[in-house]
Design a protein around this ligand. Structure first.
Ligand code: NAD
Length: 438
């Protein structure tokens, strides 16, 4: 089957590459000609482990290609996936659907024969019906169906998540569209994962409900962590004790500096906004959004305490700025709150991140960059672990402490313990949700 994918970002590119690996003929389209030029040269514009090799393999077979020419991509395609961004609209928290609707109109104008227009972007309930209206208005004679196929992949593990999904959710209105979607995902059936076929609205809601639930779980453990610090409990032990209960599960129970990334912040806001519009506010999600901001601010206070109440004149090494390890994505990363607070307080900040520099340089203009965590710590008064990259999980803490002017460690991912830090010669250590003894 020939498939077109509009948007070659984290979701579109991974989807296109994986669909071609299933055996489909895939054309990936992007408006950004620089991205397409890179892709045509075999270079991947984002950091996603394993994507370069899988892309190369499928380009070699002739099944995968890239273009800025939407018309050519759509010609003969039975399905067109919209995988463009849906950022937060400025001012009101609603998802900005400008890119989705523009793509829908372009598809309508380019398509000639029956096609299923599939929204893979995360879009508020009701959007697929609006996509259908836009297509109908732009090309009244076109024979088409719309389908909602929200994506659940995680950056950093995207290929595995796409190839071995827990489930695939497909919202359709006709048997014909359901059949096209089934044949697209058929190569995965061998793995016996569930494909959930629903109406359009349920598919759209499933994505937001899932993300809001995960954001709530993270925020829940972050609040428990704050209380653990006060009462002398250890949140790691508490989370383990909770997570071994099958009804709860151990995922998304790691206390940290607040959730970030390209999905949870914007999707929780968009869900809260939709709920308000329908006069059915989801107070729990509204609170999660508020608490997550407080969690990030609490991190700044923690570091301030560690620096005896002032960042002024201090030299701080920040290890990790991407919103999580194994991605170069900086969107809504906690670092974007915490690093400016350090700089604003008068610190000199050095950043070390295995993949974050390319995006981070523009977002964190007042810092310097180091490739090596030990070099970043040279003469520093504080080292902060903000993202738990593997590179920062087995540091030689003694060597790190020796290079510092004042050895203090802000471990905002609970990678180490107060005991580890003390043995290594740190004067002060803080982590999350534990009564740190030094
Ligand atoms: P992204 O910003 O990385 O990529 C979007 C791409 O679309 C860009 O390359 C942009 O140039 C291109 N584009 C925009 N309009 C276009 C048009 N009319 N024609 C051709 N190309 C166009 O976005 P992303 O992170 O891949 O997210 C895409 C969607 O998937 C969002 O709705 C997001 O919420 C959802 N999603 C993202 C993730 C994730 O982990 N990133 C996971 C699940 C779902």
């Amino acid at each position: 089957m020939k498939i077109a994918v509009i948007g070659t970002g984290y979701v579109g590119l991974v989807s296109g590459v994986c669909f071609s690996d299933f055996g489909h003929e895939v054309v990936c389209v992007d408006k950004d000609s620089r991205k397409i030029e890179m892709l045509e040269k075999g270079k991947v514009p984002i950091y996603e482990p394993g994507l370069d090799r899988l892309m190369e393999r499928n380009v070699e077979t002739g099944r995968l290609s890239f273009t800025i020419d939407l018309n050519a991509a759509i010609d003969g395609s039975e399905a067109v996936f919209i995988a463009v961004g849906t950022p937060t609209r400025r001012g009101d928290g609603h998802a900005d659907l400008t890119y989705v609707m523009a793509a829908a109109e372009e598809i309508a104008k380019a398509a000639k024969d029956y096609v299923v227009i599939v929204t893979k972007s995360t879009v508020p309930v009701g959007t697929n019906r609006k996509v259908a209206e836009v297509v109908r208005a732009a090309n009244p004679d076109l024979d088409f169906d719309v389908a909602s196929n929200p994506e659940f992949l995680r950056e950093g593990a995207a290929i595995d998540d796409f190839m071995k999904p827990d489930r695939v959710v497909v919202g359709v209105e006709t048997d014909r569209a359901a059949a096209v979607m089934a044949s697209i995902y058929r190569p995965l059936y061998l793995r016996e994962f569930p494909i959930i076929t629903t109406d359009l609205e349920s598919a759209e809601m499933t994505k937001y409900a899932a993300n809001a639930f995960l954001a709530t779980k993270i925020t829940f453990i972050n609040e428990i962590a704050a209380l653990c610090e006060k009462v002398g409990a250890d949140v790691k032990q508490v989370a383990r004790g909770m997570g071994l209960d099958n009804r709860i599960g151990n995922k998304f129970l790691h206390a940290g500096p607040g959730y970030g990334g390209s999905c949870f912040p914007k999707d929780t806001k968009a869900l809260a906004r939709t709920a308000q519009e329908y006069a059915s506010p989801i107070q729990l999600v509204e609170t999660v959004i508020k608490v997550n901001e407080e969690v990030k601010r609490r991190m700044v206070d923690k570091l301030l305490d560690l620096c005896d109440g002032s960042f002024n004149g201090k030299c701080v090494a920040v290890l990790g700025v991407t919103f999580k390890p194994n991605t170069d994505d900086m969107r809504d990363a906690p670092a974007l709150t915490i690093v400016p607070a350090l700089v604003g307080g008068g610190s000199t900040v050095r950043v070390c991140d295995p993949q974050g520099r390319r995006e981070g340089e523009a977002l964190l203009p007042s810092v310097s960059w180091e490739d090596d965590p030990y070099a970043a710590a040279d003469g520093a008064d504080l080292v902060v672990i903000l993202t738990e990259w593997n590179e920062f999980r087995a540091l030689d803490l003694s060597a790190l402490a020796k290079r510092m002017r004042t050895p203090r460690l802000g471990d905002l991912r609970n990678v180490y313990t107060a005991e580890d830090a003390q043995k290594a010669g740190f004067q002060a250590y803080v982590s999350i949700g534990r009564a740190d003894l030094i």
